[in-house]
Design a binder for this molecule. Structure first.
Ligand code: GLP
Length: 237
């Protein structure tokens, strides 16, 4: 049973989340990090990046993998997941040569998934996996469905994903996404799920309800042996 750790607000969650990453990296400096984007973890990554001056060795050996990407978006599109992670964490920490992301504009999307899957096979399993919670329970772009996919794949996007704030400015919405699969996430040694804001109340309730269903992918985290769930008071109904 996952027991959420509840904090006063988003800032406090971000502070603790950054600390979780710091502790994980101290324990295993050559860790593989898998990082979600979206609004929730941005401040966590900024706080981690701020640690560089005080503790440069902390991030000198780790690898970073971006969890998911919007299909058809250019890598330098500000709405792209990779763009977000590169600007908040990868560039400030000088991690470019130890970082991998899906190319949203890959000509052959299946081959792109095979490329990322192959890289994960080489560098994995994931040691520290930071996840955000989709309003519909998605993790990455593992969307609610009758069955879920284990590894990197091209995903059909749900209405909830297409309504995501990252795409707000875009006239043309992507019709598909790239994401690591549920087995990739479940095989992570440690997972941290971040949930903040009143809009996530129902999603958090379903994550913790005890009912495990592919129609709400985050509920599968209840089967994982090492999940840290950090939330703020607003998200906890
Ligand atoms: C997006 C991304 C996920 C992200 C989630 C939550 O669609 N595909 O990687 O974790 O939805 O986003 P937010 O933190 O903005 O609520």
């Amino acid at each position: 049973m996952i027991k959420p750790q509840v904090f006063a607000d988003h800032d406090a969650v971000s502070q603790r989340a950054a600390q979780w990453l710091v502790e994980g990296l101290r324990e295993k400096p050559n860790a593989l990090l898998c990082l979600a984007t979206g609004a929730t973890p941005v401040q966590t990554y900024q706080r981690l990046a701020e640690r560089r001056a005080a503790e440069p060795a902390l991030i000198s050996r780790c690898h970073v993998l971006n969890l998911d990407e919007w299909g058809s978006l250019a890598m330098d599109d500000p709405a792209a997941c990779g763009y977000s992670l590169r600007t908040t964490l990868v560039a400030p920490l000088g991690l470019a040569d130890r970082y991998l992301e899906f190319d949203g504009q890959a000509v052959d999307p299946q081959a792109e998934c095979a490329r990322v899957g192959g890289w994960l096979k080489l560098h994995g399993p994931i040691d520290l996996c930071v996840l955000g919670l989709g309003l519909n329970g998605h993790l990455g772009f593992n969307e609610p469905a009758e069955s879920l996919q284990p590894h990197a794949h091209v995903a059909e996007l749900s209405q909830a994903s297409l309504a995501h704030a990252m795409l707000r400015e875009r006239a043309v919405r992507p019709s598909y996404g790239f994401t690591l699969g549920m087995a990739d996430l479940m095989q992570s040694r440690r997972v941290m799920l971040l949930v903040t804001g009143a809009a996530k109340q129902e999603s958090l309730r379903r994550t913790l309800s005890g009912r495990i269903t592919t129609q709400f992918p985050a509920s599968l985290l209840q089967l994982h042996p090492d999940v840290t769930l950090l939330c703020d008071k607003a998200a906890l109904s």
